[in-house]
Design a protein around this ligand. Structure first.
Ligand SMILES: [Ca+2]
Ligand SMILES: [Ca+2]
Length: 182
């Protein structure tokens, strides 16, 4: 034990009983308010519609990233374009679900990665659900890049997959029945 540690041990021992009781009281009150806070959050979540799931809204058609996509890929039908910072660099990126009318019954999804100078890097297209597409952003591992889940249908078959940007591309982390709905 060096001098500093001995000093610390002494401080610990010298906390009087009332001090320890005060600490317990503060802890109990703290836990009480934390629980109230969590209940309030939960209530708010439940009041926000079906299953508490909040799907990302589509951006408006004059959104700069969407216009960038349409300039690079003219003539596509846009089903969904949702904004979030996927790369954890403080710049909003855009996920676009679209259809090329020159193709058959196929939909595609890309992400536009914001370069911060008015330009975007467009990821390689990956297959997307045919109908009722919805995207929900969330942070799966509580750090770094945002993940998102895309769900959709094809002829009543429902599927979903979870994606993250890895090395500048949309990577499918896992999913279920995507082949039935894409
Ligand atoms: Ca970003
Ligand atoms: Ca994450």
């Amino acid at each position: 034990m060096n001098g500093q540690e001995r000093e610390k041990a002494k401080t610990k021992q010298s906390i009087p009983l009332w001090g320890r009781l005060m600490m317990v009281l503060v802890l109990v009150v703290g836990v009480f308010f934390l629980r109230q806070y969590i209940y309030a959050l939960e209530e708010e979540r439940q009041s926000q519609g079906s299953n508490g799931l909040e799907y990302a809204p589509s951006v408006s058609s004059d959104h700069p990233a969407l216009q960038y996509f349409e300039t690079a890929n003219p003539g596509r039908d846009i089903f969904l374009a949702c904004e979030e910072d996927l790369t954890d660099d403080g710049l909003k990126d855009l996920v676009v679900v679209y259809h090329n009318p020159e193709e058959g019954r196929l939909n595609w999804m890309v992400a536009l990665l914001n370069q911060g100078n008015g330009t975007y890097v467009i990821t390689h297209p990956t297959r997307a659900p045919i109908e009722n597409q919805a995207i929900r952003f969330f942070n799966m591992d509580k750090e770094g890049e945002m993940e998102f889940v895309i769900t959709g249908e094809k002829d009543g078959e429902v599927g979903y997959a979870i994606y993250r940007i890895i090395d500048g591309e949309l990577i499918d982390l896992f999913g279920e029945d995507m082949e039935d709905c894409c």
